[in-house]
Design a binder for this molecule. Structure first.
Ligand code: BES
Ligand code: MN
Ligand code: ZN
Length: 459
């Protein structure tokens, strides 16, 4: 990945952060012509407003960029992520401190991302001199991980099937010397992954279970499971076209888990890491699984199919069962599992679930610190009975429409065993309209927050 960071240079153009409150004082300190130029432009340092001030010889002397007021309730610490999209090509430096210099630096890197696989985009040729005291290696690692996840999600399903997703995982494994294994097609049946096989078999692109292991076996076992549904048509309970439109992103859990793995391995955290990704396409064909089919899962629970569109929890269930067979110290699964999570919390705030109180409060703190927001929802025990089936041990889609993200989490919980601690995050994996540092399209969610938590525990 080409870096957005540049070595310190005397010619770097200073970017001054201003707020509506601080603008008058900053303006008063400007040279007379610059002050006049700012006034003539009606510049008031509104959040996101950018003013380039010319020098006498017509070059860019400096830039003023507006932030929310220090005490504003709506402070966006990623606001400087707009800069790469606003500034002309060049090398810049921060002239004063934004609200949070580390997050501003990260935002600058994240805001430089463009998806350029299918046409030449004008990737901003805008570089930043690393601010003093910032761990640029760590920022670069997070930016690279985010880029990986975004590229994987943004790549359309015709070029990002189960096989291509497995190849991406294999490349990552090779780069960091991790062991890589993949169970493909009918071999899933022979090795007892009935649910992964059931969901994926209608596609001409064979389902598979990706399995990556890295690190000292003596270290604590951290296992990541990511939903890798490379396209979710809904299966026979087909999605309406509006709901199907962005379902290339249904491998967002896998993408975010690979991003997290990249950070963990690159930072050499003291863990024995395992990454499990059931990679499938939920397609329609004569051999597709059907409503009211019953499968016996890897864990031995019989599962009745209430809706073939609740496929993510099915493939995760078998992967979670496998993960639990080696009793991990920490089990984490991420997936784009429910529309209900969006109804509850919208696209930017994924709900997380755990019964480990320490993990919950530590994660909430990390999410806030990293500006990778997460919000805890409960594994509400009384709703567990909604998953009951009249003919099998469990149904994958409760008939009611209440609390859909919670009932999905409760479904997964039935397959968790012997993990000392379990965390489930129901992510969206997508930014519907561009925000600072978050271009429209695929988004890596929860990975930076969890990376921070793992770094605190195992760094
Ligand atoms: N991949 C979808 C969830 C999804 C839909 C995420 C839209 C983000 C936006 C998942 O496989 C799904 O279809 N879930 C169903 C579950 C239902 C059938 C119980 C849903 O949320 O409607
Ligand atoms: Mn679905
Ligand atoms: Zn899905």
């Amino acid at each position: 990945m080409h870096s957005v960071f540049a070595a310190p240079a005397p010619s770097a153009i200073p970017v001054t952060f201003a707020t509506r409150e601080s603008w008058d004082a900053i303006c008063a300190d400007l040279p007379g012509e610059a002050r006049q130029f700012a006034k003539a432009n009606g510049f008031a340092a509104k959040p996101g407003a950018c003013l380039t001030l010319p020098s006498a010889d017509g070059r860019i002397a400096q830039v003023i960029f507006g932030l929310e007021d220090e005490t504003s309730k709506h402070r966006d610490l990623f606001r400087p992520g707009q800069l790469p999209g606003l500034l002309p090509a060049g090398v810049y430096r921060f002239a004063n401190a934004p609200h949070d210099t580390r997050l501003a630096t990260l935002a600058f890197a994240l805001g430089s991302y463009r998806f350029s696989r299918y046409r030449k985009t004008d990737a901003p040729a805008v570089k930043l001199v690393a601010p003093d005291g910032i761990d640029i290696a760590d920022i670069t690692r997070m930016a690279e991980a985010t880029q990986l996840a975004r590229d994987l999600i943004n790549t359309p399903s015709n070029d990002m099937g189960p096989e291509q997703l497995a190849l991406a995982a294999q490349h990552l494994a090779e780069r960091f010397g991790a062991d890589f294994n993949c169970i493909v097609g009918d071999e899933l049946t022979r090795q007892n992954f009935p649910l992964i096989h059931a969901v994926g078999m209608a596609s001409s692109r064979a389902p598979r279970l990706i399995d990556l292991t890295w690190g000292d076996p003596a270290h604590p076992k951290v296992t990541l499971v990511g939903k890798g549904v490379c396209f979710d048509s809904g299966g026979l309970d087909l999605k309406p076209s509006s709901g199907m439109l962005i379902m290339k992103k249904d491998m967002g859990g896998a993408a975010s888990v690979l991003a997290l793995a990249l950070m963990v391995m690159d930072a050499k955290l003291k863990v024995r890491l395992r990454v499990l990704i059931p990679a499938v396409e939920n397609a329609v064909a004569g051999n597709a699984f059907r409503p009211l089919d019953i499968f016996t899962s890897r864990k031995g629970l019989s599962v009745e199919i209430g809706n073939t569109d609740a496929e993510g929890r099915l493939v995760l269930a078998d992967a979670i069962a496998l993960a639990c067979e080696e009793r991990p110290d920490l089990l984490i699964d991420l997936g784009t599992l429910t529309g209900a999570a969006r109804v509850a919390l919208g696209p930017d705030l994924p709900p997380f679930y755990t019964n480990d109180e320490t993990l919950a409060s530590d994660l909430a703190t990390c999410a806030k610190q990293e500006n990778d927001p997460l919000w805890r929802l409960p594994l509400w025990p009384a709703y567990d009975a909604w998953l009951d089936s009249k003919v099998a041990n469990i149904n994958n889609a409760p008939s009611g429409t209440f609390a859909g993200s919670i009932t999905c989490a409760l479904f997964l919980q039935r397959f968790v065993e012997d993990a000392k601690s379990w965390l489930h995050v129901d992510i969206y994996g997508w930014t519907p309209s561009a925000k600072p540092a978050r271009p429209e399209g695929g988004e890596c969610q929860a990975a930076r927050a969890i990376y921070k938590l793992l770094g605190q525990r195992y760094g």
